[in-house]
Write a protein of this length. Structure first.
Ligand code: ADP
Ligand code: ZN
Ligand code: ZN
Length: 712
């Protein structure tokens, strides 16, 4: 006997059809079952959906209902919690649940034929080659023991606020260990911000858990994997073979039927926020998911996001997270690095490196220690200019300058990619003397090589080789690591001690464990202090703190490690807090400013971004939707109180107004109430869709809502 089946598919956003369509099936299938269904002229993947929540299947014409092509045999239905997570994520981030849910499934589920699928599923389950292995777990430090104890006895969520090297990862390992030992089905999800950090972590987790639960108990999930690898890992997680899933932000949507613990490491990292499609925050969804599934959630960081810091204030003040503090570094490398500020006002004008810093670097490398110098700008110089006529290396397609890359003598736009060879002479006046303005990592590398030309590698001057060897200076940034495997290779060279001085962008400050680096220098970090982005100081502080955390982890070196800050604002409170390694002082001061200005976390924000052929059209679209909200929506029943709690700012051009010949504008919406903002956006979505067709919006290309934006 056949029946009607509601099936979630990825229909285009806001198609006349909802995302849940009705199909015919020979047998009822439980919600969550993966099915193949016809859609238009093609066949697509769908999920049998419990109609409620995702929007009813609506009216349908029984005569037109098509039959499902088949269910994906052998794959258990997705759980109700998984469906609820995806429903919530779609609704909160203002996207279609069909789009978000289907994108969260591995691509090959969509691509493989039922026969191919069946073959994959038939593959032998891995043998559990593990029994009675003895674990080499270190005894916990008192701080770690306290944290582990608290995590065991409280429901959470937890903010594990622990210095770099305080042993946070060991706490995660310990909690996972306890969980898996106590519950033979339980699963844990461990998230890290960057793909590059997964191999390191995977190794550590495998070393600990493979002897107990087998090689296949630990799997990774991230966008750097091939589709077959992703499918394999996904199936292992979904089927319960994988007990531990390590991954980047996308892993928050992994199907884990027995999820009991979620760890979000480096929870402050902006990479947890997606910047395309559904702009979700994996950290925030992790907290939601934990509550939904009854899984404990641990957010870990040495420099928590101000949001998480605020949420972990004392419960009597309204805090919702439990803050666990681990201030001390483990073991002999327990001394925190010394932070030194160099007042650049007292250096020769245009000096890149202060003499003190150069001397300090020389001293370190002479002892065989490594130094790291970072600057957040790649290329040789951000602009090339003609002194005679004022020509600058603007990108013809963007409202930005093209960056001068000396290595291959190109001008490259970092926004649209437009690249040309550097002209021999000024394209406007013919002056041959065009010169770089400002500096990037390429120039730092070159400059350092000149400054250190007389220095020899430690121990390289011998009776046989009286000239010794030059220092080895390496650069790591998006340019030097473009080729697959290049980053790994360069990191390995640093670890092997083949590099004396490492120059790079923030890529090198994050996460990597460079034990032999004893000096870290930020050449020109002041920009963030005066940025229009109110989160810039928070990012700078965490970046410098992370960089400091890289320094001097190798106790055997016995050297006092140092972090150097070259600044024109040596008395700035941010640097003072950094010097004192006092994140709480920094956070308190920042939160006070945020509260006074009614900024997040004291208000909720959303941005609507519009791309168009002209700036006028982009702004007209946003402003028309705004006017509608301020006039027509006020007439809607029950809406005035909601609108009362909202501020809709006028449309403005984005900081980089034009990229690849597309004009960009945005509108900020703010409310002291997250609920009011959500309610407004849910109603306003339709207004935006309707506004799109208006004549003054001709030329509009696309628009998107970003809830809880990280950059405004
Ligand atoms: P974090 O994640 O906070 O940066 P890790 O967990 O990586 O810190 O720990 C830093 C170093 O200290 C690692 O080499 C780790 O193996 C070691 N370590 C951590 N906890 C202990 C412990 N209880 N006893 C001995 N070594 C430890
Ligand atoms: Zn000129
Ligand atoms: Zn460009």
């Amino acid at each position: 006997m056949s029946c009607w089946l509601p099936v979630l598919v990825n229909t285009p956003a806001h198609a006349a059809l909802g995302p849940v369509l009705t199909y015919q099936s020979e047998q009822t299938l439980p919600a969550g079952t993966l099915v193949r269904v016809p859609l238009g002229s093609r066949e697509t993947l769908g999920v049998v959906w419990d109609g409620a929540g995702a929007g009813a299947t609506g009216e349908f014409d029984p005569a037109k209902v098509r039959a499902i092509a088949g269910a994906l045999e052998g794959i258990a239905p997705l759980t109700a919690q998984w469906q609820q997570l995806l429903t919530f994520a779609a609704s909160y981030y203002q996207r279609s649940v069909g789009e978000v849910a289907l994108a969260a499934l591995p691509p090959q589920l969509r691509e493989l034929s039922p026969e191919q699928m069946a073959r994959r599923l038939k593959r032998k389950k891995p043998a559990e080659g593990a029994s009675g292995a003895v674990l080499a777990t270190p005894a916990l430090t008192p701080e770690q023991a306290t944290a582990v104890g608290q995590i065991a006895s409280h429901p959470g969520p937890f903010l594990l606020f622990g210095a770099t090297g305080s042993g946070k990862t060991e706490v995660y390992l310990h909690c996972v260990h306890k969980l898996l030992a106590a519950d033979p089905d339980a699963q844990a999800l461990i998230m890290v911000p960057e793909i590059n950090l997964t191999p390191q972590l995977e190794e550590r987790f495998k070393a600990r858990f493979a002897p107990l639960y087998g090689e296949h108990a630990v799997v990774s999930l991230h966008s750097g994997m091939t589709n077959p690898q992703r499918l394999k890992a996904w199936l292992a997680a979904h089927g319960g073979v994988a007990r531990i899933v390590l991954g980047t932000r996308m892993a928050v949507f992994a199907s884990l039927p027995k999820l009991r613990l979620i760890v979000v490491d480096e929870e402050h990292d902006p990479s947890y926020k997606s910047s395309e499609g559904a702009r979700y925050s994996a950290r925030d969804l992790a907290v939601y998911r934990g509550k939904l599934e009854g899984a404990k959630v641990i957010l870990g960081s040495a420099t928590p996001s101000l949001e998480s810091w605020h949420h972990s204030r004392p419960a009597e003040d309204g805090g919702r997270y439990l803050r666990l503090h681990m201030p001390s570094r483990v073991g002999e490398a327990s001394r925190l690095p010394l932070v030194r500020r160099v007042d650049m006002n007292h250096q020769p004008r245009k000096a890149v490196f202060s003499t003190q810093l150069v001397d300090a670097i020389k001293e370190r490398v002479a002892r065989g220690e490594q130094c790291m110098v970072f600057l957040n700008r790649r290329g040789y110089a951000p602009v090339l200019a003609c002194d005679d006529c004022g020509w600058k290396s603007e990108c013809p397609h963007c409202s930005a300058f093209r960056v001068f890359h000396k290595i291959d003598r190109t001008l490259r736009c970092h926004h649209c990619g437009f690249t040309e060879r550097v002209p021999r002479a000024c394209p406007t006046c013919g002056n041959v003397d065009i010169s770089p303005i400002g500096r990037g990592t390429e120039q730092l590398e070159e400059h350092l090589a000149e400054l250190l030309v007389d220095v020899r590698r430690a121990g390289s001057v011998t009776p046989e080789n009286p000239d010794g060897e030059h220092l080895r200076i390496a650069r790591i940034d998006a340019d030097s690591t473009r080729l697959k495997g290049a980053l790994e290779e360069q990191l390995a060279a640093v670890h092997a001690g083949d590099v004396d001085v490492l120059v790079g962008t923030q890529m090198i400050a994050k996460g990597h464990d460079f034990r032999r680096i004893t000096l870290v220098a930020a050449v020109n970090p002041d920009g963030a202090l005066f940025s229009s982005d109110f989160r810039a100081p928070e990012r700078l502080f965490s970046l410098l703190m992370q960089a400091a955390g890289r320094a001097g982890r190798d106790a055997a070196l016995g050297a006092q490690s140092e972090v150097w800050i070259q600044t024109f604002q040596p008395a700035h409170p941010l640097y003072a807090a950094l010097k004192a390694h006092d994140y709480p002082a920094f956070a308190t001061q920042q939160l006070l400013e945020r509260e006074q200005a009614a900024m997040p976390p004291f208000s909720a924000q959303a941005l609507v971004r519009a791309d168009a052929k002209t700036q006028e059209a982009a702004q007209a679209f946003l402003n028309a939707a705004r006017t509608f909200a301020q006039t027509e929506m006020l007439q809607w029943e029950g809406w005035p109180p909601v609108l009362d709690q909202l501020t809709l700012y006028p449309a403005v051009p984005m900081t980089i107004q034009r990229i690849a010949n597309v004009e960009r504008a945005q509108m900020l919406i703010e409310s002291p109430s997250r609920a009011a903002l959500q309610q407004f956006l849910n109603g306003w979505q339709n207004v935006l869709h309707a506004t799109r067709g208006q004549p003054e919006c001709k030329g509009l290309i696309r628009w998107a809502i970003d809830v809880d934006p990280l950059a405004i």
